[in-house]
Design a protein around this ligand. Structure first.
Ligand SMILES: [Zn+2]
Length: 174
C-alpha cells in the first residue's frame, strides 16, 4: 500500500517536473529522471538522470539540509563533519567486497542520524569512528578489519590481533 502510494508520487513528480537539471557533460543539454529511489533509511532520494541528447547518465541526491556538526580530533583540531570524506573512507574499506554503494549510503546515513541524535554541535572523532566500525562489523568482516586498521593505525601484529579478537567476540556474543 505504502509502496504503491510512493511509486505513484514518484511518477507524478517525474512527469510534472518543470525545472530540469542540466547535463554535467554538456551544460545546455536537457535531462530526464530515469529512476528515483529512497535511500539512507528514507532520509535521502537518489535519482538516476539521463541527458536527452547524448544519453550521459549521472546521479543526484536530495537530502534534508541540516546544521553543520563539528568533529573534534584527539589533538583538539576541529573540522566540519564531512559526509563525503567518511563515505570515501568506508568505500575504500569495502573495495572488492560484496558491499553495495547503497549499503554504504545507508551506513553513512545511520551514522549521521546517530550523531545528530546526540543533540550536540561538537562530537569527538573517536565517537564517529566507533559508530562507523559498529555498523561495518555488522555488514562485512573484511571491510570492518580494513577500516579498523586504518582508523586505529595498527602499529604491530598484536594490536591487529586485539582488534580481530574484539571482532570475533562481537560476532559470537550476539
Ligand atoms: Zn549530456
Amino acid at each position: 500500500m505504502i509502496d504503491t502510494i510512493f511509486s505513484a508520487n514518484i511518477k507524478s513528480i517525474t512527469l510534472n517536473i518543470d525545472i530540469q537539471m542540466k547535463c554535467p557533460k554538456a551544460p545546455y543539454g536537457n535531462t530526464k529522471v530515469i529512476e528515483s529511489r529512497l535511500v539512507a533509511s528514507g532520509t535521502a532520494i537518489r535519482r538516476r538522470r539521463q541527458c536527452i541528447d547524448a544519453g550521459h547518465r549521472f546521479t543526484t541526491y536530495e537530502r534534508v539540509e541540516r546544521p553543520s556538526i563539528v568533529v573534534v580530533k584527539k589533538n583538539g583540531q576541529r573540522q566540519i563533519f564531512d559526509r563525503m570524506k567518511i563515505t570515501e573512507g568506508i568505500q575504500r574499506a569495502c573495495d572488492k567486497t560484496t558491499v553495495t554503494v547503497e549499503q554504504v549510503e545507508d551506513l553513512v546515513a545511520l551514522v549521521e542520524e546517530k550523531i545528530y541524535a546526540t543533540g550536540k554541535a561538537e562530537v569527538n572523532a573517536d565517537f564517529v569512528g566507533e559508530l562507523v566500525m559498529e555498523q561495518l562489523a555488522q555488514l562485512n568482516d573484511v571491510a570492518y578489519v580494513r577500516f579498523a586498521s586504518v582508523y586505529r593505525s595498527f602499529k604491530d601484529i598484536s594490536s591487529f590481533e586485539r582488534e580481530l579478537s574484539r571482532l570475533k567476540k562481537r560476532l559470537y556474543d550476539d
